[in-house]
Design a protein around this ligand. Structure first.
Ligand code: NAG
Ligand code: NAG
Length: 212
């Protein structure tokens, strides 16, 4: 049991009225911690992980990321509802290379109805191995990288330049101009809410993390 949980339980013992709230807590247990932690995960980060899901009541496995999508680890943005709430909460402050066991009550997992192989009102346990943590595509780090003239607004040219740069970096090769024009038009159509031809911090950073 990790110290914060022990502390929490000690506090709860003193305040029985809080026992009800404890049912809606996620319990995390570190199974492996790498020697060096390069970057701890936080809301809005892009994570790459493998995870196995088990039912708490009998330990049966209902999900294994190694057996879907050709066994590639899954990518998801943390803290924005791309995974169940319990994982959004249970995978924060986690290091690349770390392994965790996360026990999630039904209210933060698949609820009163359940889903697919998960029955109604089921507590689930995930064993997660985290491979990579990177500042997400909507992070302030990314915004500042795109915003070349640092005026806190992204123009079409800045976004186009950034997209090309990313393609060069990942080695996927540059596309033709028509491609970038299409992507940029799409980005602005979806994000330039006030239609002024540039993206403000607020229009870009839709998850509202990492305030400048
Ligand atoms: C951890 O970091 C130290 C200091 O930078 C380095 O000497 C060591 O090799 C690293 N360990 C691992 C397992 O990467
Ligand atoms: C699930 O839990 C809720 C709330 O405790 C309860 O009302 C409901 O009957 C339960 N459903 C099943 C299938 O057990």
């Amino acid at each position: 049991m990790s110290p914060p949980v022990a502390l929490l339980l000690a506090l709860l013992a003193l305040q029985p009225s809080l026992m009800v709230a404890a049912r809606d807590e996620v319990d995390t247990e570190v199974l492996f911690m790498p020697e060096n932690c390069t970057q701890k995960s936080k809301k809005g980060d892009l994570l790459n992980a493998h995870y196995d899901g088990f039912l708490a009541k009998d330990g049966s496995k209902f999900y294994c990321s190694r057996s879907v999508k050709e066994g590639h680890p899954q990518w998801f943005v943390l803290g924005v509802g791309q995974v169940i709430k319990g994982l959004d909460l249970g995978l924060t402050n986690m290091c690349p290379g770390e392994k965790r066991k996360v026990t999630v009550p039904p209210s933060l997992a698949f609820g009163e109805k359940g889903k697919g192989p998960v029955p109604p009102n089921a507590t689930v346990v995930f064993e997660v191995e985290l491979y990579a943590v990177s500042r997400g595509p909507r992070s302030m780090e990314a915004f500042q990288e795109i915003d070349q003239d640092m005026d806190k607004a992204l123009t079409r040219d800045e976004v186009r330049r950034y997209l090309k740069l990313q393609d060069e970096k990942t080695g996927s090769g540059s596309q033709d101009e028509t491609f970038y024009n299409k992507v940029v038009a799409d980005v602005f159509r979806k994000n330039d809410v006030n239609g002024d031809g540039s993206l403000s911090v607020k229009e870009y950073n839709v998850y509202g993390h990492d305030e400048l």
